[in-house]
Design a protein around this ligand. Structure first.
Ligand code: PLP
Length: 353
């Protein structure tokens, strides 16, 4: 054995959904937005001057933090910006989860959480969702080193009430509670309004889904200034210039175009509603969706078989071969035409219609 081989860091990495590039494919597997970003985004990219490419960017992406602060009516020092919310969440894990006690998150959730916990050597304990994939609030009252959960949850798409979120934050005021709101724009109320009431609450959101900018990699957190400062200190301890200039300036354009944003959320919600009714008619069952995706199972067909059959038709959905959810498909909401093709294909496969 070579002497360096046993010194390699061995980790089990997160497995992202595949990014196929096939002509005529319908890609409904990674919850991207089927619509282009706000028109100002491309204009900002086209008009980037040499200065902005030549110089280092602001270390806290301050111009973008200011735009977000204005939009969400918080102070700029309550906003942390990162390279996608995956970066923001990873920094959150490093900054806040430093206890000997385990952090808590649901057993069915964003599968990156256990990966970060292992990478940063953070002990964790999962709490089982109930039969309807809902959080059991009493489970989050035992001593712990921090809490994280998405709302709406992924991959179930189920949205928990603000009352439940506040209950968990209130019962855990000696640790940090991170609420991963990657899909909040498609559902109910954000817990953002609670950040001035609870100094232990961190809200994380992203430009990847509702703002159609997964390729630009912009995520952000909002919380009390002390939390934000601590996250920046951790970030500056390994890389100061994470946010590139094109992302900062195109991100501002996306935030400032509220009309476009609202209109495209509405569009996705209409298409989601139509898709829900079609799937129900075909006998699929699913939790009430709160995100731009539906988590559906059919009592008579194996999800894995449906996944494979759809794939042969170049329609990509997500399938997780994991306990409790191995008979579900996670289906991203695309355009009306894409969803029509999807429904046609799945009708044919399930031989109903
Ligand atoms: C998509 C997603 C993220 C990460 O998105 P980024 O592209 O890194 O911003 C984080 N959490 C959940 C639950 C997601 O589904």
């Amino acid at each position: 054995m070579r002497s360096w081989a046993d010194k390699l860091r061995k980790v089990v990495p997160y497995t992202p959904g595949e990014q196929p590039d096939k002509a005529g494919m319908i890609k409904l597997n990674t919850n991207e937005n089927p619509y282009p970003p706000a028109p100002g985004v491309k204009k900002a990219l086209e008009s980037l001057d040499d200065q902005r490419l030549r110089l280092y960017p602001n270390t806290t992406a301050k111009p973008l933090a200011k735009a977000l602060a204005k939009y969400y009516r918080v102070e700029p020092d309550q906003v942390f910006i990162g390279v996608g919310s995956d970066d923001v969440l990873a920094i959150g894990f490093m900054t806040f989860f430093n206890s000997d006690k385990p952090i808590f998150f649901p057993d069915i959730t964003y599968s990156f959480y256990p990966v970060w916990a292992n990478l940063f050597k953070i002990p964790y304990e999962t709490k089982a969702l109930d039969r309807d994939f809902k959080i059991v609030r009493e489970d989050y009252r035992a001593p712990n080193g921090g809490i994280i959960f998405p709302n709406p949850n992924a991959p179930t798409s189920y949205y928990e009430s603000l009352d439940l979120v506040e209950d968990i934050v209130r019962h855990n005021q000696d640790v940090i509670v991170i609420v991963d709101e990657a899909y909040i724009d498609y559902s109910g109320e954000s817990a953002l309004k609670l950040i001035n009431k609870y100094d232990n609450l961190l809200i994380v959101q992203t430009f990847s889904k509702s703002r159609s900018m997964a390729g630009m990699r912009i995520g952000y957190a909002m919380g009390n200034p002390e939390l934000i400062r601590a996250m920046n200190d951790v970030k500056f301890s390994y890389n100061s210039y994470t946010m590139n200039m094109p992302s900062i300036y195109s991100g501002i354009e996306a935030v400032n175009d509220e009309a476009y944003f609202i209109d495209h959320i509405r569009k996705i919600l209409e298409t989601r509603k139509w898709t829900e009714s079609q799937l129900s008619q075909l006998g699929f069952e699913f939790p009430v969706p709160g995100g731009n995706f539906i988590f559906a199972a059919h009592p008579e067909y194996q999800a894995k078989d449906l996944f494979t059959a759809l794939r042969e038709k170049k329609i990509y959905v997500r399938y997780f071969d994991l306990p409790r959810i191995d008979n579900y498909l996670r289906i991203t909401i695309g355009t009306d035409e894409e969803m029509k093709s999807f429904i046609d294909a799945i009708s044919e496969i399930t031989q109903v219609n």
